[in-house]
Design a protein around this ligand. Structure first.
Ligand SMILES: [Zn+2]
Length: 114
């Protein structure tokens, strides 16, 4: 399961940040996931909940923020929501190919610790 590896990597970042901050415990972990990142938010949550209790961040609450995909047409400049990651077709001018403005995010946004 590829989400498990992502959860483990993210958790290592969280623990490193908490340690640098001299935190006693981690309260909240906020992750941002783009619709085209290839990560399934529910699978990621499941993976996190499997590994959190045995880590130094046990008890932390996981918040997932999903980011919808947004593309900008290279021909007419229209911003639109692409239907799939594989094919960007402008709904206005039907041009293929677009600049992806958002949707590939996989970021650790914030951790709250005490
Ligand atoms: Zn267009």
């Amino acid at each position: 399961m590829h989400e498990l590896g992502i959860a483990q990597a993210a958790l290592q970042h969280v623990l490193a940040q908490a340690q640098r901050a001299g935190a006693q415990r981690v309260d909240t972990i906020l992750l941002r996931i783009g619709a085209l990142s290839g990560v399934d938010p529910e699978a990621l949550r499941f993976a996190f909940e499997a590994i959190l209790p045995t880590s130094a961040a046990a008890g932390a609450r996981l918040e997932l923020e999903t980011v919808p995909a947004l593309a900008r047409c290279r021909s007419c400049g229209l911003d639109y929501a692409p239907g799939s990651a594989a094919l960007f077709e402008c709904p206005h001018c039907r041009a293929f190919g677009a600049e992806l403005l958002q949707g590939r995010e996989l970021d650790l946004v914030r951790i709250d610790c005490t």
